[in-house]
Every structure is written in C-alpha cells, then in structure tokens.
Design a protein around this ligand. Structure first.
Ligand SMILES: Nc1ncnc2c1ncn2[C@@H]1O[C@H](COP(=O)(O)OP(=O)(O)OP(=O)(O)O)[C@@H](O)[C@H]1O
Ligand SMILES: [Mg+2]
Length: 262
C-alpha cells in the first residue's frame, strides 16, 4: 500500500479567463511537510483552496489517499472533515467559548462523545500553552492565542492532512514564533502538512520539501537545503533575496524540526 496522502495531478484553475494554476502537480506522503512559497498572486492560496474543495478545478485530479476528491461538490463536506485548514484570519465563533468552539466539529460532524473530545481538547490546549483559556471567549485572546486555538480545533478532527495558509501573516511580530513553534511541534509529531508561509526561516526549519510557485506553475521543487541555499532559477534567487533583510533581523525564533529529542 502506498503511503501517499495527497496527490495533485496537473490541475488547472482560471478566474475570468486568467490561468491562476496552470498545471500544478504535487504529491505529499504520510508525515511529510511540504512548504509552498512564491510571490504574491502566484496561486498559493488558490492551490490550497482547490485541495480543500473551496474552489473547483477546471482540469486535472486531486486524490486523498485512494479516493478521488476533485469534481465531487455534493458530498465534499465529508471529504473536508479529513482535511484540516487554518487561514490567516482567525475564524473562531465569537459567541462561543474556546472549548465550545473546539467541541463543535468532533461532536457534531464526527458524532464523538462530548466528554472524550473535551479531555483530548484540554490535553491539546495544554500542549500549546492555553489550558487556562478553555472557558473564555475568543475576544479575550490575543491573535497568537487565537491561532493556537484554531490549530487545536483543526487537530481535534484528526485530519489526514493539515493545510496552513499564512497563519501568522496577521499577527504582531512577537506572537509569530509562539504559533510557528506549535506548527513545528505538530511536524515533529508526524502530522502531514502543506504550509504556505512568508516566514522563510520557519519554512527552512519545518519543510521536508519546498515548492516554489510562480505564475501558477511549480518552478522549483526540492529539499530546503537546496532551495534556500542554492536555488536553481534566477527567479527563485530574486525571490529569496527580497527576504534577506527580514531574516537578518532574525525576528522569528523557531526551533528546527530535526533537533527533536537531542
Ligand atoms: N475568487 C477569485 N476571483 C477572481 N480572481 C481570483 C480569485 N481568487 C484568486 N484570484 C486571483 O488569482 C491569483 C492568485 O491568487 P492567490 O490568492 O492564490 O495568490 P497567493 O499566491 O495566495 O498570493 P498572496 O501571497 O498574496 O496570498 C491572483 O491574481 C488573484 O487575484
Ligand atoms: Mg494567499
């Protein structure tokens, strides 16, 4: 049996006649973390949204394990339960306390017993340093705390794969690392992920593989070492140079994934 979780085969997507994804293919295996980078507007969010069924594709196929998930709008909510997604903006329900936000999916959509999920939720909250926040409303949380709750909420569904789209982009700099370190922790725990980020130091630390997307095509694909230290294309070199200033300032403190257990 193959350990491929996600297979994207030559997908195309246009908006108003403009090709935004122009033949993108991607395979993600169990426990693998693939980071997708590229200039603004190159199609990163669209790619994740197509995988998650929030956009339909014009051509190509998307498979989750041995199930073809593209082209089936009707029962996509069932598929979506297996694909966790966290976005840039916090989408917790404001009228529900943190715990109720966390319980909703597993109890309503998956039909799990409330007590069992509550116990697991408390364990996960503790792991992200937020156990004492279980019974407060989201408005009393900082942006970084909200994003950590959003990650816990996604993980409680036990998805096959987690898609993260710039989850720290709206945060104040001092909150970025606390969220990224949770993601690194998930990666060390073996979570399969596709991550879109502009945090290059984090990308290098967390990625098993990097995809560089440019104008809707994969221009480069390789190990973080190869991509960040010896990019093959002139376009990727220029892209990375635009981040040199930010990385020199070293504002993001992240632990590398592969030092776990040292
Ligand atoms: N629903 C839509 N309708 C029309 N055009 C869209 C839609 N969604 C995205 N686009 C266009 O598709 C292109 C790719 O957008 P996308 O959001 O995927 O880029 P991105 O790589 O995520 O950029 P960023 O780094 O700024 O988030 C952009 O030109 C965008 O304007
Ligand atoms: Mg985007």
């Amino acid at each position: 049996m193959s350990d491929t979780i996600l297979q994207v085969n030559d997908i195309h997507k246009s908006f108003d006649g403009t090709g935004v994804l122009r033949g993108v293919s991607l395979e993600i295996r169990e426990g693998e973390v693939v980071v997708i980078v590229g200039p603004s507007g190159c199609g990163k969010s669209t790619l994740l949204r197509c995988i998650n069924g929030l956009e339909t594709i014009d051509k190509g196929e998307i498979w989750l394990r041995d199930e073809k998930i593209s082209g089936r709008a009707k029962d996509f909510h069932v598929v979506r339960q297996k694909i966790g997604m966290v976005f840039q903006s916090y989408d917790l329900f404001p009228h529900m306390k943190v715990m109720d936000n966390l319980l909703l999916g597993p109890t309503k959509a998956l039909g799990k017993p409330r007590q069992e999920v509550e116990q697991e939720a408390l364990q996960m909250l503790e792991r992200v340093g937020l156990k004492e926040k279980a019974h407060v409303y989201p408005r009393t949380l900082s942006g970084g705390q909200k994003q950590r709750v959003a990650l816990v909420r996604a993980m409680l569904m036990h998805p096959e794969i987690l898609l993260l789209d710039e989850i720290t982009a709206a945060l104040d700099p001092e909150m970025v690392s606390e969220v990224l370190n949770v993601v690194i922790d998930l990666a060390r725990g073996g979570m399969t992920m596709a991550i879109v980020t502009h945090e290059m130091r984090f990308a290098e630390a967390v990625a098993d593989r990097v995809l560089f997307l440019e104008e809707g095509v994969v221009l480069e694909e390789g190990t973080p070492e190869a991509f960040f230290h010896a990019p093959a294309t002139e376009r990727a070199q220029r892209f990375l140079q635009s981040f040199t200033y930010a990385s020199k300032r070293g504002k993001t403190e992240v632990q590398p994934k592969n030092t776990f257990g040292d």
